[in-house]
Design a protein around this ligand. Structure first.
Ligand SMILES: NC(=O)CC[C@H](N)C(=O)O
Length: 467
């Protein structure tokens, strides 16, 4: 089993010859700089950039960046833990050359996700990409599992010519409406072209429910690549919008009191090439292991929220009857259950069947969210966990007696409640490792304290353009 103290695998410092070839190729295509991208504990994308010609040197030695960002809050205040938050020390950012891509909507730039590695060349315990890779590797080693994941992306388009503290939706038409598709059609066409040029396999793009809201879904990938993709897609959505004079918000709650932006996670597990979510003798075709995996996620949802819904704004979105899934309930393709079992279309179930987790938003660090969801599922599988009765319809409409009989309870209604559950959850804490688990707790507590006593309108406004 790998541990956080292991030397970094894969022969890093990086593949210098490959970096030299890529640097030459990108320079020839007019790419002048490379965005080195990672996501911090608070869910904020942080970057450094280097000239394209420096890529071989960066592959060899990395680029320096302080570990202090592990305890940054979304608005850049810094909290501390026993080991993090100090201005001392440095890390090296190593780009993943396999994921390096020229950015179609930012001519002159390419993008790559990074691993953050200590000066001694060992894994940095705060590197969320490394932690996800370790959780996936552990599940493969101990249980022979492989995973596929996809993260849905929702956002709203605001008019770019309005003051920063306001939100004027860029569309006026009804939810899912044809008028909306026409209103931002030049922008969304360019978005599809940019994503295709970047090799992103888009499944669907459609106008969503809230004013100005759109949703995009992409094909499933291995978990680390799925998290990388979520970051790249958001960078692209924002860059294309800016070229069209539009502003983008991925915030969970752009306007309080209405439907928010989710980042639903689709997850499936396979063993020996065979999916666990179809072809079995349990409900809706689940195998026994598929049911246990799903039950493991359902059981840990209150604690998971500290990672999947990490912002004070997350709890403005997590309201009943808004398709965000705010009850400990599961059901077949039902939109109000936190865990939605997707059976897939007849004939293609082995490929399509998966578990969708709804109380996840795009303030979440996608690497941490996937690491914790996988760890919860694997723990369920290890314990042979079973699912309670399924729920049909909206769990918000159940009477107290009906809810109790089905084991349906409301998920945490605030970030402090989620943090309390996370603190008491040994499985999620172990998945993240002690350093990152403490960082998650400290950052969430700092984020909660920063908005203490604020009303919903003020919280929504504070985070509207942060994510
Ligand atoms: N189509 C949908 O499921 C909408 C999801 C919803 N916007 C959310 O907050 O999760």
């Amino acid at each position: 089993m790998t541990t956080l103290a292991d030397p970094v695998p894969g022969g890093r410092p990086g593949d210098v010859a490959r970096a030299a070839a890529l640097s030459g190729e990108l320079s020839g295509r007019g790419v002048h700089g490379i965005v080195l991208s990672y996501v911090d504990t608070a869910g904020i994308g942080r970057v450094k950039t280097v000239p394209t010609a420096k890529l071989p040197a960066v592959a060899a030695r990395g680029v320096g960046m302080s570990p202090v960002f592990d305890t940054f809050l979304a608005h850049d205040a810094i909290v501390t833990t026993d080991v993090l938050g100090s201005p001392d020390g440095d890390l090296r950012l190593f780009p993943d050359l396999e994921q390096l891509v020229a950015l179609a909507a930012q001519p002159g730039w390419a993008w790559a996700p990074v691993d953050r590695i200590t000066q001694d060349g060992t894994r940095h315990p705060g590197c969320s990409r490394t932690v996800l890779r370790r959780v996936v590797a552990d599940a493969a080693e101990r249980y022979g599992l492989e995973f596929r994941a996809g993260i849905e992306i929702e956002w709203v388009y605001g008019r770019g010519d309005t003051p920063c503290d306001t939100f004027v939706p860029a569309t006026t038409g009804p939810a899912y409406g044809a008028t909306r598709q026409v209103e931002v059609s030049a922008c969304t066409a360019e978005l599809l072209a940019a994503l295709a040029a970047q090799g992103v396999d888009v499944d669907q793009l459609h106008p969503e429910y809230a004013p100005g809201q759109f949703e995009l879904s992409v094909g499933a990938l291995d978990p680390v690549a799925a998290a990388d993709r979520s970051v790249l897609v958001r960078q692209t959505v924002r860059a294309v919008a800016q070229r069209h004079g539009l502003r983008v918000s991925f915030s969970p709650a752009v306007t309080p009191g209405t439907v928010g932006n989710g980042g639903h996670v689709h997850l499936s597990a396979r063993r020996d090439g065979v999916g666990l979510h179809s072809g079995g003798d349990r409900r809706h075709g689940m195998t026994a292991d598929g049911e246990s995996f799903t039950a493991g996620i359902l059981a840990r949802l209150p604690a998971l929220l500290a990672v999947t819904a990490p912002s004070p704004a997350s709890y403005l979105r997590l309201k009943p009857s808004r398709w965000a899934g705010v009850f400990t309930a599961w059901g077949l393709e039902t939109r109000e259950c936190a865990v939605r079992v997707i059976a897939g279309a007849a004939g293609d179930r082995d490929r399509e069947a998966n578990v969708e987790v709804k109380p996840v938003d795009l303030a979440a660090n996608p690497y941490l969210a996937l690491a914790c969801l996988i760890a919860a599922g694997v723990d369920g599988l290890a314990r042979n966990a079973v699912l309670p009765p399924e729920v049909t319809g909206d769990p918000a409409l159940l009477t107290q007696e009906e809810a109790a009989a089905l084991g349906v309870a409301r998920l945490p209604e605030s970030l402090p409640q989620a943090v309390e559950a996370f603190r008491a959850d040994p499985v999620l804490r172990e998945a993240l490792g002690p350093v990152l688990a403490d960082a998650v707790t400290a950052v969430r507590e700092g984020e909660s304290a920063a908005v203490d006593g604020w009303d919903e309108e003020r919280i929504a406004a504070a985070y509207r353009w942060t994510y």
